[in-house]
Ligand binder design. Sequence first.
Ligand code: AMP
Ligand code: MG
Length: 415
Amino acid sequence: MNAMLPAFGCTAGGIDFDVALQRILDLVDRPLPAEAVPLESCVGRVLREPITARVDLPPFDQSAMDGYAVRTASLIAGAVTPVTGRTATGEPPSRLAACGVHRVLTGAALPDGADAVIAQEHVRRDGDLLTAAAVPPVGTNIRRCGEDIRAGTALLYPGATLDWRHIAIMASQGFSAIQVSRSPRVALLSTGRELCAAGQDLAAGQIHDSNGPMLGALLTAWGASVRRVPIVADNPATMRAALRAAADGVDLVLTTAGISVGDEDHVRDALDALGGNLAVLKVAMKPGKPLAAGRLGRALFVGLPGNPQAALAGALGFVRPLLARMMDAVPPGSLQICAEFALRRTPGRTEFILARLVRRGDAFVATRTGSDGSGRLAPLLTADGFVLLPASTAHVAPGDVVTFVPFLSCGDRPR
Ligand code: AMP
Ligand code: MG
């Protein structure tokens, strides 16, 4: 038998979703180690060091326009003034002559003594002479040293999942390599005799494996390094061999299908035979009650159900937070949003309902995407995520605030 944890939180239909999630997160003893990675390769990686601004941005007072730097106190509107100097972008700052104006280009260092820049379209230039129709207010078209970012300011915190914005900010501060979590190594197995890999012709009774490619894409987007294992047939010996090999050298083994107790469900028996230890066997959720998680050798193990929507709900509900915990990332966020649908149901299971965000006036609300059968793939195309109903919910009325779990992560901003 599987070595199960005490049955607290357990109901006949499986343990509570929240209890299952906690047990799965508790499987992580310590986060994966950090490693130095070149900035350009850090998209999707989790930051493990605080990032503090090293330099002021901009690092010097500079012109925000192609134009003329002036000293407003000595400029006379309508009078002809000589252009006495020029600073191009990238040149060191110079000095503004006592009674002149100074040609500057966008981003060029403001000459000492200047306190405004007049855009070139607002002057008349004739050879080296210039006439300004008006004297601008002090500070016009000047970007002050440090007005964007001040050296010493805390910019990013450990736990941030890095995207192009973070890369830009860190590049502006001269960082070339940073400490991020090592990517979790995940072995991904699709199990089932009926499965046929992409590119192969379907035999009678077969379907193409869609869970493997779907989960591979999701895991990669969530920062994992994925090793796809060839499809595993429903056969006890094959299953054992595949799981044993898969667990070698990875942090997580993730399977889909074959996790229930049907005649052709062999994943749990194979795990038992290999000395696996399951902390979760069944979860009171819909879709996807047969969902197992625990340890297999030195790797963690999650067995998702085979129906695509159930596999997806399990991946979003458990695997995404698990990966975040492994990488020491801020947990993925959810939204609170008004439902636009009505629903009555028997309480008892946490339910994942496919939903789309639609705009109503100034706000977005969640609508259902139609028939949800957990084996269906097509409704995913028009959905933006799942509405997550707690086990205790018996009904939803239009206008009720519900929890929305977006397919794209959001709100995972540290502090
Ligand atoms: P199971 O969990 O093995 O009972 O499978 C439940 C349903 O999911 C069956 O209809 C399977 O054919 C289907 N299924 C299992 N694995 C996959 C997969 N990798 N891709 C698409 N459908 C699958
Ligand atoms: Mg099966």
